[in-house]
Design a protein around this ligand. Structure first.
Ligand code: FAD
Length: 647
């Protein structure tokens, strides 16, 4: 089996992974990037609306403190506050830096980077490139990587001397090594076990630092805006290596996905449509969002359509329309309208820009949406309303990390950034805050991973038994057998569909205790059957085999979501319990950590139906007083637990 030695391995080539790799390489670390898809095709290219940073280009009232405040409000105060602070402070520098690397953002009339409105952001804050911002972000980071490789070509005669991309390769295990004698304790990272998707060939990369930047988990749900890559690999890799996941119950259902035709159900309709003036209507033609402004936001949103409309021209003297409430609020409102029988013909509601903007402005500001609806649904959005409904979009839960360093808790040498990391967004992410998160914490992860690698006194020794076990695990689908001798093995695609249906129906946008308990039972059965998931043929590009391997990750992550959702008996952000409808202030300081219940795997091997995840409750640190002082006392009373207010 081929072996290579690097200082830092970055798993993932989306915004977070590329930014981490650039930083690690600039710190002098020899850095390898591994990604499942082609280089340049990561999920980040799908990002549409923009990147949030308080540059104040369109409204000079904006600054990092306002951005921090909005982010905490959006996350219902469950955010890891130090991450939210770093993010708000550093996002403008990361955007300006992108520009110096060649990104071409849309401009204001006086030539500055333009910024648009988005839900939950007090001021126009999203720097954007039409509705194709992610594409420009990835293009720019790739260009920077190529520039660094050209430097190495000049210096060493080898453009991959210090930065190499392994594309279309999948990591199935983070390898560890005994860390005995170290003050940090616990097994530390020693590398990654990978396979090439095209040839099926296995290889090992030995490295003291691994950065996980693998994105989200949406492919565990039936209706989702996420790409095929979102099978929760990084979440599962961390769990299996011994690092816990934080607050996995918080899954964002974006309010506006396409609902028709069925083949495109779930594809995203960007929030920029509402940011630029689009409105939501029910089948009676009513702008229903005015009926759904929750008490905590009452003072900040317009009371009438007239006031909401005036806000677009005169934001200083009017309040924003409720179509721009945080996503969790809008998604729940749409769900309620459809349930009440006031939905559109295909089970959504109407989103209209055609009566709000001239056709040429729509085509210029929302070019992707115009083409998406024209080509996929034969709808001309300059002339008629779109039909939209909630779609699984983003996971706020993720690997528990140290705020400043992006180090994963519990496993020295493991780092995480981007959607795979938890904490930054609390219970609900604001639109645009992901792209900025990728850059802020991607940079930090690369920086600290490089430092850790260079400061490691001794190189970790890869445990050969782990390599053999990883290879055997990866090969198991080729020798899988049915439940009885001679019976056919399980089909990985069927299992995946059943998993998606289970999560969609039982742990979806509105949750109930009995349904989540049923989901956990079904996940147990699916896990048993997944051990018998078999494939035919050989290892050369075999999508059925890839699917069989991804199932392990999706099942692990789905169990985390279901278990944590059952435990949290309140509704907050991306977690709505019909049986516990209100936000409960006592839960504000409670974080739920998921870890492997049986790290040795002995018990689950003999009884695969056995739950794999153990939950613990952890109390968050109190929010720093100078950050709390950014809020009015009346507002804090709505969120903070009694004892926190007292303190
Ligand atoms: P990704 O970009 O998904 O990259 C993950 C990488 O990991 C990929 O390269 C993948 O191949 C690799 N990978 C995964 N598993 C493995 C494995 N096992 N082995 C090797 N490689 C692996 N956010 C905003 O802030 N603004 C927006 O306007 C916006 N618009 C969006 C529009 C859409 C349609 C969607 C779906 C999301 C949008 N988001 C937006 C969210 C945002 O795009 C994502 O949260 C973000 O791009 C995630 O970036 P990432 O770097 O964490 O992961």
């Amino acid at each position: 089996m081929e072996r290579q030695q690097w200082d830092v391995v970055v798993v993932g080539a989306g915004g977070a992974g590329l930014r981490a790799a650039i930083e690690a390489r600039e710190q002098g670390a020899r850095t390898a990037v591994i990604c499942k898809s082609l280089f340049g095709k990561a999920h980040t290219v799908m990002a549409e609306g923009g990147i949030a940073a308080s540059m104040g280009n369109v409204n000079s009232g904006d600054n990092w403190q306002v951005h921090f405040r909005d982010t905490l409000r959006g996350g219902k105060f469950l955010n890891q506050w130090r991450m939210a602070e770093l993010h708000a402070r550093e996002a403008p520098d990361r955007v300006w830096e992108l520009e110096t690397w060649g990104a071409l953002f849309d401009r204001t009339k006086d030539g500055r980077i333009s910024q648009r409105n988005f839900g939950g952001h007090e001021y126009p804050r999203l720097a954007h490139v039409g509705d194709r911002t992610g594409l420009e972000l990835i293009r720019t980071l790739q260009q920077k990587i190529v520039a660094l490789q050209q430097e190495d070509e000049r210096e060493f005669g080898d453009h991959e001397a210090r930065l190499k991309v392994f594309q279309e390769c999948t990591v199935t295990r983070v390898l560890t090594a005994s860390n005995s004698g170290s003050a940090a304790g616990g097994d530390r990272v020693s590398g990654a076990f990978c396979y090439e998707r095209e040839s099926g060939r296995f290889f090992v990369i030995e490295a003291p630092s691994v950065v996980l930047a693998t994105g989200g988990i949406g492919k565990s749900f039936k209706v989702t805006s996420n790409s095929w890559e979102y099978t929760g690999d990084g979440h599962a890799l961390a769990l299996l290596a011994g690092a816990p996941l934080l607050n996995m119950e918080f899954v964002q259902f974006h309010p506006t996905g396409m609902v028709w035709p069925p083949s495109v159900k779930g594809i995203l309709v960007t929030e920029s449509v509402r940011g630029d003036g689009g409105v939501l209507r029910n089948s009676d033609g009513k702008r229903f969002m005015f009926d759904y402004i929750p008490d905590v936001f009452k003072e900040k949103y317009a009371e009438s359509e007239q006031e909401g409309d005036r806000w677009y021209e005169d934001p200083d003297n009017n309040r924003r329309p409720p179509e721009l409430l945080p996503r969790d609020e809008v998604a729940r409102a749409i769900n309620s309208e459809v349930k009440a029988g006031r939905g559109s013909p295909h089970g959504g509601v109407f989103l209209d820009v055609s009566t709000r903007m001239p056709a040429d402005v729509i085509r210029r500001r929302l070019p992707s949406m115009y083409h998406q609806f024209k080509e996929l649904a034969d709808v001309d959005i300059t002339a008629e309303a779109m039909e939209v409904g909630p779609t699984c979009h983003y996971v706020m839960g993720g690997i528990a990390v140290e705020s400043d360093t992006a180090a994963a808790r519990g496993v020295p040498g493991l780092f995480a950034a981007g959607e795979v990391a938890g904490g930054m967004h609390g219970s609900n992410r604001l639109g645009g805050n992901s792209l900025s998160d990728l850059l802020v914490f991607g940079r930090r992860a690369g920086l600290y991973a490089a430092r850790y690698a260079t400061e490691s006194a001794t190189a970790p020794v890869v445990d050969e038994a782990l390599v053999d076990a990883a290879a055997a695990e990866a090969l198991r689908p080729f020798s899988a057998e049915g439940p009885q001798a001679g019976a056919t093995p399980e089909n990985p695609y069927t299992l995946h569909q059943e998993l998606q249906q289970t999560m969609n129906d039982l742990v979806g946008i509105i949750r109930r205790e009995g349904e989540m308990a049923e989901a956990l039972d079904r996940l147990g059965e699916l896990r048993q059957r997944a051990r018998r998931a078999g494939v035919e043929g050989h290892r050369q590009f075999n999508p059925g085999w890839h699917q069989a391997l991804d199932l392990r990750n999706m099942l692990l992550v789905s169990e985390c979501v279901a278990r944590a959702a059952l435990e949290r008996t309140e509704s907050r952000g991306g977690h709505t319990r019909e049986d516990h409808p209100g936000m409960n202030r006592d839960w504000r300081r409670v974080n739920l950590l998921c870890a492997l219940a049986d790290p040795t795997g002995v018990l689950t091997a003999t009884d695969p139906a056995r739950g794999q995840i153990a939950l613990t409750r952890v109390t968050t640190d109190p929010i720093r007083p100078d950050l709390l002082a950014l809020f009015d006392k009346e507002e804090l009373v709505k969120y903070l637990a009694e004892e926190e207010l007292y303190e």
